[in-house]
Design a protein around this ligand. Structure first.
Ligand code: TYD
Ligand code: MG
Length: 453
């Protein structure tokens, strides 16, 4: 025991090897194998030999492991209590919580995960169409129950059936939770809990993996949904939730800018539903509130008002499977003392777009330009309910980009009225309907028609 072994873990998919490889043999990503020191392992199988012991607290009735006839399989969904907040969370979950599911809620420290799940815990315990109030256990390894109690007071949570517990020992947590037979179990966070027989400290790769597996078995056997909080570090730390994404059923990510009060809850993986869903919340003294009219949150203050400013345009980009709305700001001045400045966009890309604007759209931007979009050059303001999707080709043509449908959905979801897309993408979208939004195809940069607002 205590022997330290070197493991190589893919930071992209979590695949583990006993030796270094130039690329991940599981997901083929190059250069992602990262060294991890791990205690007492064998052949790259992390925490080997632990599972037997972990399972000992679980009821071992024969019938539980028999195959179940299709028509006898339960298809219950725990709907959250109706209301703006409940609806927003339920939508991201794909309609509600499935019995026995294991949900991971990831996000940067301080983004609001504990607050969100405390509110969700209260909602579930209050009950709705699945019955009246029932126990929900909220376990924290990070805060004392007094701290959580204070937070619950601030958030005006009054439910009788919310149980708080402060512990980091998974076996202890599961035992105590099992006694109450709760409607849901919440663990804050996976990085603070540990299993006695697994070497390595809490938050380490083997602990995180084994604890999650134990919770998965608990959820599956008891049908109690388990919601896990996981911190994501900026560097995408190896023992973080990336590794867990394979084990759990549902992965939600909570995101938000440091200086903004808005928070997004995004579904990244869902074995029971769509991953296109996006929940939008605003932080307040009394916890997270669902945002009814989210289109304003991505825009600068002035832009969100009635005034229309020249130089701002909204576009949609993808990051992996996730879509983001971004605001592009540009400014042109006729002064030779100002050099071209680019912020947040690759300078070489900006140069290329500017070249295309000069050559293909006929804009005389050569002499003095400190900007990106020809619209600002023309002093031509874009109404704030329009978004743009597409790639600018060197011939000035607007080319289609991957996952058009998803991008347009994101725009529609955020309340935009019009979306300019590449003409070539129109056909494939012919059957799609976007609520309250018109989609206009555009062939090239010279085509002013689509810009006639
Ligand atoms: P917290 O939920 O503790 O973040 P995490 O668990 O992700 O680390 O929230 C961080 C801080 O923000 C905490 O002091 C509470 C505060 N907060 C509010 O005051 N209102 C809110 O709506 C949210 C989400 C957080
Ligand atoms: Mg927290």
């Amino acid at each position: 025991k205590g022997r330290v072994k070197t493991l190589w873990v893919c930071s992209s998919c979590g695949h583990t090897e006993g030796q270094w490889w130039g690329m991940c043999r599981s997901c083929d990503a190059p250069g992602t194998m990262t060294e991890v020191l791990d205690g007492d392992s064998n052949d790259g199988k992390i925490g080997g030999g632990v599972s037997e012991k972990v399972g000992s607290w679980l009821p071992k009735k024969e019938g539980e492991v028999l195959p179940i006839r299709l028509k006898d399989v339960q298809r219950v969904l725990l709907m959250l209590r109706p209301g703006l907040f409940g609806n927003e969370v339920a939508r991201v979950l794909g309609g509600g919580l499935v019995p026995g599911c294991l949900v991971l809620v990831g996000g940067d420290p301080g983004v609001g995960k504990s607050t969100l799940l405390l509110q969700v815990a209260a909602l579930i315990s209050e009950g709705c169409d699945f019955g009246g109030p029932a126990p929900v256990v909220y376990v924290s390894g990070e805060e004392s129950i007094e701290q959580i109690g204070n937070r619950a007071d601030r958030m005006d949570i009054k439910t009788e059936e919310l149980f708080l517990y402060s512990s980091t020992d998974i076996e202890d947590i599961i035992q105590k939770a099992h006694i109450l037979s709760p409607r849901a179990l919440i663990i804050d966070s996976i990085q603070t809990v540990y299993l006695n027989n697994v070497t390595g400290s809490a938050g380490g790769l083997s602990q995180v993996k084994e604890c999650t597996s134990a919770l998965l078995r608990f959820a599956k056997k008891t049908n109690i949904p388990v919601l896990l909080i996981g911190h994501v570090t900026k560097s995408g730390e190896i023992a973080g939730p990336r590794v867990l994404e394979h084990i759990v059923d549902v992965v939600l990510y909570m995101e938000g800018e440091k200086y903004s009060s808005h928070r997004l809850l995004r579904s990244v993986k869902n074995r029971f539903g769509s991953t296109d869903e996006l929940g939008v919340f605003e932080m307040s003294q009394s916890g997270l509130q669902a945002v009814v009219n989210p289109s304003e949150m991505f825009l600068s203050e002035e832009y969100a008002g009635s005034e229309v400013l020249a130089g701002l345009a909204v576009a949609v980009t993808m990051d992996g499977s996730r879509s983001f709305l971004i605001e592009i700001q540009a400014l042109c001045v006729s002064s030779s003392t100002v050099s071209r400045q680019v912020n947040g966009v690759q300078a070489s890309r900006a140069d290329m777009i500017i070249s295309v604007l000069i050559k293909q759209a006929g804009l005389k931007l050569q002499e003095n330009l400190a900007g990106l979009l020809f619209i600002i050059f023309l002093e031509f303001p874009i109404p704030n309910n329009i978004a743009f999707i597409g790639e600018i080709g060197l011939a000035g043509e607007i080319r289609t980009v991957p996952r058009m449908d998803k991008r347009i959905h994101t725009v529609a979801k955020l309340g935009y009225k019009k979306c300019i897309i590449p003409k070539s993408a129109e056909k494939s979208l012919a059957t799609s309907v976007y609520e309250g939004m018109t989609v206009v195809g555009c062939r090239n940069l010279k085509e002013r028609k689509s810009l006639e607002f």
